[in-house]
Design a protein around this ligand. Structure first.
Ligand SMILES: Cc1cc2nc3c(=O)[nH]c(=O)nc-3n(C[C@H](O)[C@H](O)[C@H](O)COP(=O)(O)O)c2cc1C
Length: 281
């Protein structure tokens, strides 16, 4: 049996899919996962729907609905959320857990927050008034060969590069790099956080480990560019994704703990405080 940590290491943004339909047994497992109740650390409950070729019929239209970025996918996972406090963060957290479970089922996935025609998918998913559908995700078996557009997208986003530890993880005071060795039992949890997918691979998450209080504070370094384009919410989704990677790995490696919002969390003017992870011991 593979673990969710294995899925974190295996997942990548798959943009080219084979013709093979999802096997019935896998489809049923997927349906159980998708239709379960999902709740994020801030208490928001996103909904998920699996869209298939009955809802999205014409092959060419399928591709154009993602501006040609996704090739050959027959199924999409649509995520739906109502506006609320930290709703996007919870959305990212819950959807990434589904994506990792789909990865364990042998499926390829790709978060799409920009390159999809919202109207087309909203209609297919039966989006109601007051509901938002911030992203969609193709699901299917990865093709053997990547399309040219997939290769270009990976190169443009620098998808194969993650920021070095010293740029994103700090110890006790802001911007003092946390050496891998000092992360102790949390080394893999932080390593797997680093593997989280993020919009344009911006990796906007920052973590400050307070060794005296034994607590990890999570911050978001927002891109001005995203604010200006009116897509700042994608980085809140990024944060939720990163939180899920950290928590899954901490729990699977025997480090129990809980998410908590600290009124007296350290402040830094270039970063937004989001939440802290309080280890149990
Ligand atoms: C919230 C979010 C939105 C994204 N939107 C898009 C998108 O619109 N189109 C696309 O091709 N990739 C999109 N991506 C995929 C990222 O480019 C990708 O995760 C990143 O480059 C890292 O590559 P990896 O997922 O293969 O590790 C998105 C990822 C996230 C987390």
């Amino acid at each position: 049996m593979q673990t969710m940590r294995d899925a974190i290491k295996k997942r990548f943004s798959c943009r080219t899919y084979s013709d093979k339909p999802i096997e019935e047994k896998i489809r049923q497992q997927l349906a159980l996962i998708i239709n379960a109740t999902h709740e994020g650390p801030f208490g928001n409950r996103p909904l998920f729907r699996l869209l298939n070729t009955k809802l999205i019929t014409i092959a060419q239209w399928r591709e154009m609905a993602t501006y040609g970025v996704i090739k050959g996918a027959r199924n999409y996972l649509a995520g739906i959320i109502r506006p609320g406090h930290m709703a996007m963060t919870d959305y990212g957290y819950c959807k990434e857990i589904i994506i990792l479970q789909a990865t364990l089922l042998g499926l390829g996935t790709c978060w799409l927050g920009g390159t999809f025609q919202a109207g087309v998918f909203a209609q297919a998913a039966g989006l109601q008034k007051g509901e938002l559908m911030p992203t969609v995700t193709p699901l299917g078996y990865p093709a053997k060969e990547k399309s040219l557009i997939e290769k270009i997208m990976r190169r443009l986003a620098g998808s194969d590069r993650r920021k070095p530890w010293e740029d994103i993880f700090f110890i006790d005071v802001f911007f003092k790099p946390l050496p891998r060795a000092a992360a102790g039992k949390y080394r893999e949890a932080l390593e797997n956080l680093r593997l989280a997918p993020s919009a344009s691979n911006k990796q906007p998450w920052r973590v400050l480990y307070d060794t005296k209080l034994n607590i990890f504070h999570f911050f978001l370094k927002r891109s001005l560019q995203y604010k200006m384009l009116g897509i700042a919410h994608l980085q809140d989704i990024d944060m939720g994704i990163a939180m899920s990677h950290f928590e899954i790995t901490a729990r699977e490696t025997g480090m129990a703990g809980a998410w908590t919002v600290k009124a007296k969390a350290p402040k830094e003017k270039t970063l937004d405080y989001i939440i802290s992870w309080q280890p149990e011991n």
